[in-house]
Design a protein. Structure first.
Lengths: 282, 122
C-alpha cells in the first residue's frame, strides 16, 4: 500500500453572496470540528502539519479550506469583471456558509492573520455558534506599513513581490525549509488576490471599538501571536486581549506571523495546551 | 562592514542569479555615511563612500548605524531582522524610485542581509 498522509482533499459547492462557489477543503482526524482559516494571499496548505499530528487529530476533526479566489477554490463566475476585495461581511458570510454546508456542530474556529481577525468578528456576532475561537496573529486594530498597490501591477511580479513583502514576517529562527515553503504559497496566489485580502486586513476589519463587547463566557477567545510579527505585534495582541475581557493571550517567542507553517514543531508546543483546554471545558 | 559586501554577495550564486537583471547603483546610508553600491548583473562591482552631493542611486535605504549593526547580528532582535520590519518599526526609511526595489524585493533584502553571519533564509 502507498503510505499516504492522513489528509484527504475534496471539493464542495456553497453559496456565498449569491454566487455558487466551488471550494477545496482538506481534512483529517475525528472529534471536535476545528476549522482553520489561512492567511491573506495564501491557502489551506499552511495547516498541513496540524493534520498529520495524531496528538491533534485523535481529538479533533481538522478542516482547512481555500477561500474563494485562493488555492484550488475557484473565483466566482465572471471574475474578470470584478476587482477582488474582501470585506468583513463577505468574509463572515464565507466562513458561516462553510460551516453550514459541512454541517459542523459548534466548531472551534482558528484563523491566522486575516483569519485571526475574522474569528474575533465571528465571536462577537455568533458567540453561541462556536465552541471557541483561536486568533493566531490576529488583533482588532492594525496599521498598514506598505502600499498594497505594489502587489498588483504589470511591471512587478505579483507572486514574487507578495512573498518579498511577507518574508520578513517569518522569524529568523524558523527552519529554512518551512520558511521557503510558506513563501512558495505566496508566490502562487492569483493576481490581485493578496491585495484584495489586505483590504479586509488593513482597511475594513478594524473593530477595536466593538471588540470589548465580545462575551468570552459564551465563546472563549484565545490570542497567540509571534514575537517577530511586524503587523500583529505583541503589543497589539496585548492591547486586543485587554479589550476582550476574559480572553487569553500568549506571545510565542522566536515565532513570526505564520506559526503553523513556519515552525510547526514550536507552534505545537503552544497550540496543544489550548486545544486540550478547549476539549476539557467542552 | 558594508565595504565587504561584494565578498559575501558575489560568491552566492543563487543571489547573483536572482539579481541578474539589475544593472544600476543604489545608495545605502549607514548613520551619517552614505555608500554608493554598484550592481551589475546581480554582482556587486563597487562599494564606495559618496563623494559628491550629486552622486546617487536609483533609491536610497537609510538607517542609524546601531540599527544596521543589530540587523547584521547573527540573530537580530525583532523589528531589526528585515528591511520591511525595520521600516514598519520606523527604524529605517527608503527614498527614490521604488519600482526597481519592488521588482527585486527579495534580492535587495538578501543583498543587505548577506553581511549577516550564516545569513537568515539560506
Amino acid at each position: 500500500m502507498p503510505s499516504f498522509e492522513p489528509i484527504v482533499g475534496r471539493y464542495i459547492s456553497m453559496v456565498v453572496a449569491g454566487d455558487t462557489m466551488r471550494i477545496y477543503v482538506e481534512e483529517a482526524g475525528s472529534g471536535i470540528p476545528l476549522v482553520c482559516l489561512h492567511t491573506a494571499g495564501s491557502d489551506s496548505r499552511q495547516f498541513r502539519h496540524l493534520m498529520t499530528d495524531p496528538s491533534i487529530t485523535d481529538h479533533y476533526r481538522v478542516l482547512a479550506f481555500d477561500m474563494p479566489w485562493h488555492g484550488k477554490s475557484n473565483p466566482p463566475i465572471g471574475w474578470r469583471e470584478i476587482e477582488y476585495k474582501l470585506t468583513t461581511g463577505l468574509y463572515k458570510e464565507t466562513v458561516v456558509a462553510f460551516c453550514q454546508v459541512m454541517e459542523l456542530n459548534q466548531p472551534v474556529i482558528m484563523g491566522c492573520s486575516m483569519g485571526g481577525r475574522i474569528v474575533l468578528h465571528l465571536a462577537l456576532e455568533y458567540p453561541d455558534d462556536y465552541r471557541a475561537v483561536i486568533a493566531l496573529e490576529g488583533a482588532d486594530r492594525l496599521e498598514p506599513y506598505y502600499d498594497t498597490e505594489w502587489l498588483h501591477r504589470p511591471d512587478v511580479n505579483g507572486g514574487e513581490v507578495a512573498a518579498g513583502f511577507v518574508s520578513g514576517q517569518i522569524a529568523p529562527q524558523s527552519p529554512s525549509e518551512y520558511r521557503w515553503e510558506t513563501l512558495w504559497a505566496y508566490m502562487q496566489g492569483g493576481p490581485g488576490v493578496f491585495k484584495g485580502d489586505l483590504y479586509f486586513y488593513w482597511v475594513d476589519g478594524h473593530f477595536d471599538d466593538r471588540s470589548v463587547q465580545i462575551d468570552t463566557t459564551r465563546c472563549p477567545v484565545y490570542l497567540l501571536s509571534g514575537e517577530y510579527d511586524s503587523s500583529c505585534t505583541p503589543e497589539r495582541t496585548r492591547d486586543t486581549a485587554e479589550r476582550i475581557k476574559g480572553s487569553k493571550a500568549v506571545v510565542m517567542k522566536r515565532m513570526g506571523h505564520f506559526p503553523m507553517s513556519e515552525n510547526p514543531a514550536l507552534f505545537r508546543e503552544h497550540i496543544l495546551p489550548v486545544l486540550k483546554e478547549i476539549g476539557v471545558n467542552n | 562592514m558594508i565595504e565587504k559586501l561584494a565578498d559575501y554577495v558575489n560568491n552566492n550564486h543563487a543571489l547573483v542569479r536572482q539579481g541578474r537583471f539589475i544593472n544600476y547603483s543604489i545608495l545605502v546610508g549607514v548613520g551619517e555615511t552614505d555608500f554608493i553600491i554598484r550592481i551589475d548583473g546581480g554582482r556587486v562591482t563597487g562599494v564606495r563612500h559618496r563623494q559628491l552631493n550629486i552622486d546617487s542611486g536609483r533609491f536610497a535605504i537609510r538607517a542609524p548605524t546601531e540599527i544596521w549593526e543589530e540587523f547584521w547580528r547573527p540573530m537580530p532582535k525583532r523589528g531589526h531582522h528585515d528591511l520591511f520590519s525595520m521600516m514598519a518599526a520606523g527604524l529605517a526609511q527608503i527614498d527614490g524610485d521604488l519600482l526597481p526595489f519592488m521588482q527585486n524585493l527579495q534580492y535587495f533584502k538578501d543583498l543587505l542581509g548577506a553581511l549577516r553571519p550564516a545569513s537568515i533564509g539560506n
